[in-house]
Design a protein around this ligand. Sequence first.
Ligand code: KIV
Length: 257
Amino acid sequence: MNAPTKITPQWIRDAKKRGERLPTLTAYDYPTAKLLDESGIPLLLVGDSLGMVMLGYPDTTEVTMEDILHHTRAVARAKTNALVVSDLPIHSYDTPELAVANAKRLVAAGAEAVKLEGGAQRIAQVNAIIAAGIPMFGHLGMLPQAVREEGGYKIKGRVAEERERLLSDAKALEKAGAFAIVLELVLPEVAAEISRSISIPTIGIGSGPDCDGEIMVVHDLLGTFPWFRPKFVKEKNELGEAIRTAARAYASRVKQS
Ligand code: KIV
């Protein structure tokens, strides 16, 4: 089925029934959102990964609501057909009330849905956001906002207890009404089992080939953050090198003229 002119959370949810896989990318600014939209990417995430690739922080734990609001407004100005989802940053959803208030701020800035990290332990926040009429994208597995407590980015689902928790968290998010779930760094066989066990799409990152879609940080796809690229990224585009080449050629022309 061809994509409709405007992608909705329901269209994303139904992609699984249609057997249509979901290529998803992050976007943090107007031109990138417009280019990705013109390329037919149906789902764009204003992720808190912007902390690293746009703002130069070591991880996502310093990202604020103001940061996400600023980038959400820029992406929203691109008026994409793609559905625009914005991340609720760390501590912006510590209580259900705070979660709803901040989700509403993101919607006012142009987000069409929000994402937060966690399953059963965040279900009160998820329920409150959905009850407020705001579509919710889940996020399970390695939770980057907890990277400091976890001591690094570690694969999830290796031990039985973790696998069971991931499965029950995914079912809890589905039951609460999330329209899709990111599975980050989940052991591929566990990601496959979760994907078979729920009716909403799973969007994997570093979680093997059997999720219903994939998500990638756009800088990793393009090679514009060449100082670090996760091992699971298959594409080897080098736009960072193209930028260096263009800047050197420009500098040399100016110096010589
Ligand atoms: O912040 C982000 O970009 C994300 C995705 C990579 C899943 O949460």
